[in-house]
Design a protein around this ligand. Structure first.
Ligand code: SAH
Length: 214
C-alpha cells in the first residue's frame, strides 16, 4: 500500500489534474506521506484525500499541497532561488517536507503546541534540517525573520492578515485561501516594485485560520 507503484499512481493523478511543475511532482514521489498519518490510516496515505491527524485537524489533500507549492514556485522569478519561506499552519508537516529541499530555509508556525512538537520530531527523524518551528499565531507572521520570498498559509482567514502582506519581500508571493467555510478562494498576492498584484487561483476548502494559540 505504500509502495513506489502506489506513489507513482498519485503522481500521475496530480499530473492529470494540472500539476505540471516537475520539482513538485518529484517531491510528491519522494515524500513518504504514510509516515505523516496514524498507522491505522497508512494504507490510505497515497489516496488524493485529506485525512485526520488528531487535534481536530487534517493533513491536506496531496493535490492541494502540490497546487500551493506550484503556485508559490511559479509565482516568483525562476532565476532567483527562494531563500526564506514562511509557512503558517504546520499541521503534520507534509507541506513543509514537500517544500524543504526546494527552498533555502522554511520558518513554520503552528498554533497547536502538541501538534508542533510531534511534527518537529517527525521532520528531524526524516532528516530535514532547514526548518525552524514556532508555536504561535501565524496571523502575525514572524516579524523577526521578515521579509519572506514566499508565504504559504494552510488555513483560511476571512480576509488577508495585514502582517503577512507587510512581511512579503519585493518579488515574493503569498499563497493563501480566503473566505468562510463553503466559499473560499485560493489567492496569490505578489509584491512588485509598484505595489501588490492579486490573482484568484481556484475554489478550495480549508479549515479556518484561528486567532491566538491552542
Ligand atoms: N499542510 C498541513 C495542513 C494542516 S491543517 C498538513 O498537511 O498537515 C492547518 C493547520 O493550521 C492546523 O494544524 C491548524 O492548527 C493550523 N492553524 C490554524 N490557525 C492558525 C494560526 N493562526 N497560526 C498557526 N497555525 C494555525
Amino acid at each position: 500500500m505504500t509502495s513506489a507503484r502506489t506513489r507513482e499512481r498519485l503522481v500521475q493523478r496530480l499530473a492529470g489534474h494540472g500539476i505540471s511543475n516537475l520539482q513538485v511532482l518529484d517531491r510528491v514521489r519522494s515524500v513518504p506521506r504514510h509516515l505523516f498519518v496514524d498507522e491505522a490510516l497508512q494504507s490510505r496515505a497515497y489516496e488524493d484525500s485529506a485525512l485526520p491527524i488528531g487535534h481536530g485537524q487534517t493533513i491536506s489533500q496531496p493535490y492541494i499541497v502540490a497546487l500551493m507549492s506550484q503556485a508559490l514556485l511559479d509565482g516568483v522569478d525562476p532565476s532567483q532561488p527562494l531563500l526564506k519561506v514562511l509557512e503558517v499552519g504546520t499541521g503534520c508537516g507534509y507541506q513543509t517536507a514537500i517544500l524543504s529541499p526546494l527552498v533555502r530555509q522554511i520558518f513554520s508556525i503552528e498554533r497547536i503546541r502538541h501538534l508542533m512538537g510531534d511534527t518537529r520530531t517527525r521532520l528531524a527523524q526524516l532528516g530535514y534540517q532547514n526548518i525552524r518551528f514556532r508555536h504561535g499565531d501565524g496571523m502575525q507572521g514572524w516579524p523577526g525573520q521578515a521579509p519572506f520570498d514566499g508565504i504559504l498559509v494552510a488555513a483560511a482567514p476571512a480576509g488577508i492578515p495585514q502582517p503577512l502582506i507587510d512581511q512579503l519581500a519585493v518579488g515574493g508571493c503569498l499563497i493563501i485561501p480566503v473566505g468562510p467555510v463553503g466559499s473560499q478562494e485560493l489567492m496569490r498576492v505578489t509584491r512588485t516594485e509598484q505595489g501588490l498584484e492579486q490573482e484568484n487561483l481556484c475554489c478550495v476548502s480549508f479549515v479556518p485560520l484561528l486567532e491566538g494559540t491552542g
